[in-house]
Design a protein around this ligand. Structure first.
Ligand SMILES: NC(=O)c1ccc[n+]([C@@H]2O[C@H](COP(=O)([O-])OP(=O)(O)OC[C@H]3O[C@@H](n4cnc5c(N)ncnc54)[C@H](O)[C@@H]3O)[C@@H](O)[C@H]2O)c1
Length: 403
């Protein structure tokens, strides 16, 4: 009889432990209120009501393997739950991914976008979320920026006209949106008392510097109007600190790719464009001999660094610009090789599609590779997705959503 009771008790303990471990998974954290998240951050769940499990209570439960990611996620939940976050350019590729993540973390999200390059369908998965508001408007209008910033806690400024060739064709509009629009947002955010202003800077700021890897304080001269606009953003952000004591953080994105990036149009980025062409069994055309290289960075790494910048409590991390990348470079020739390999798992014919070569493009830098040491040190940035891991995810998304 005693032996049976002992077996029964051991069985109950094993099941309860498993349930607790499941409960502690990061993806389940949204089920917890703020208080629980705080406790998880400390590495313990105190007084978890086990009535959910067996009607008994435990006083303390230490868990280990998932502790670090739980701690980090709990910090996001604590800092962001019920916080009002304005995301400019929230209907774009990066902005819509940020909107979605911040809503999932309990934020109250407003998106300001004029849909010049962003799309309504990028908002589909969260547009009916009770904590989501859309403002259709233009950052070139100061009053719109002021209204959008009113009562907000944080700003993630993503709105801009991307693409080097676009800025070469139309430098006036790129400047108006990327420089005047940025300045409007800074003024509006300053006057509304925004607590954190994190903005999308760009690796194009390294310009003609040939140093590899790129380190934040060593830049060259810009090679395109787009690069000028993004560098001017950094200069304004710095001057706003000096003159108005307004804090901000700039993230120099390096060739971001992933779900929702637009594959169409004259200014499409290389990865979605090539994926789409290969899915249609058409030959992608590489500009140049294919030996130019880029630090292609998966969207989830970019979400991560935005969350870290937004929730950082390290005063030394403020008023800085950071490389936002994975820290590995891939040539265009290798990129197309991987794309063909991953896509041919869906359609074996894609392995036979020929890659073609064209002229070099004006304004393109030959190589780009980030040092991510500064972000690692000051923001605790530790990107999870290598280029290949991200590419597998992206290819799958394009196949499932756009084929
Ligand atoms: N994608 C990259 O690889 C990359 C690299 C470096 C920097 N960036 C920067 O990251 C940010 C986001 O880029 P993305 O790739 O998501 O581009 P995107 O074009 O998908 O998103 C930009 C968004 O801004 C909106 N927008 C443009 N002009 C506007 C205006 N006047 N008023 C309001 N909204 C406006 C667009 O409609 C769009 O939704 C941009 O600032 C871009 O310069 C991107």
């Amino acid at each position: 009889m005693e032996v049976e009771i002992l077996f029964f008790a051991v069985g109950i303990f094993a099941v309860a432990k498993k349930r607790l471990q499941r409960t502690a998974r990061p993806e389940r954290l949204q089920c917890f209120g703020e208080g629980h998240a705080q406790e998880i951050e400390k590495g313990k769940i105190h007084f978890i009501s086990l009535w959910k499990i067996f009607g008994i209570r435990v006083t303390s439960y230490e868990f280990d393997s998932e502790l670090n990611s739980n701690k980090q996620k709990a910090k996001y939940v604590n800092t962001l739950t019920h916080k009002k976050i304005l995301i400019t350019g929230g209907a774009g590729f990066i902005g819509s991914n940020l909107c979605e993540e911040l809503l999932n973390l309990g934020g109250i999200v407003t998106c300001l976008d004029n849909f010049s390059t962003g799309k309504k369908e990028n908002l589909d998965s969260f547009k009916n979320h009770p904590n989501f508001t859309l403002i259709e408007g233009d950052i070139r209008d100061l009053e719109t920026c002021r209204q959008a910033c009113e009562n907000q806690d944080f700003v993630l400024h993503e709105a801009a006209l991307g693409s080097v060739p676009r800025s070469i064709h139309d430098p006036i509009t790129s400047n108006a949106v990327n420089v005047s629009g940025f300045l409007n947002m800074l003024v509006a955010a300053r006057d509304s008392g925004i607590k954190k202003f994190v903005y999308a800077a760009s690796s194009s700021t390294y310009g003609d510097s040939e140093t590899l890897p790129k380190v934040e304080n060593q830049i060259g001269k810009p090679l395109s109007p787009y690069a000028v606009t993004k560098y001017v953003n950094e200069l304004y952000a710095d001057v706003f600190k000096k003159t108005y004591d307004f804090n901000s953080i700039g993230l120099r994105y390096f060739n971001v790719f992933g779900r929702r990036q637009d594959p169409n149009g004259a200014y499409a980025a290389v990865i979605p464009k090539f994926v789409m062409q290969l899915m249609n069994r058409e030959s992608p055309i590489i500009n140049g001999n294919g030996e130019y290289s880029r630090d292609f960075t998966y969207i989830d790494n970019i979400i991560l660094i935005n969350l870290l910048a937004l929730t950082s409590e390290n005063p030394a991390a403020e008023n800085q610009v950071y490389n936002a990348a994975f820290g590995e470079r891939t040539t265009l020739n290798d990129l197309t090789k991987y794309l063909k390999k991953y896509l041919s798992e869906f359609d074996s014919e894609i392995a036979n599609v020929e890659i073609k070569y064209g002229d070099y493009r004006k304004g393109d830098v030959p190589h780009s590779l980030a040092s991510i040491e500064k972000a690692r040190e000051l923001l605790n940035y530790n990107p999870k997705f290598s280029m290949k891991d991200g590419l597998k995810e992206a290819v799958k998304w394009y196949w499932e959503n756009l084929k």
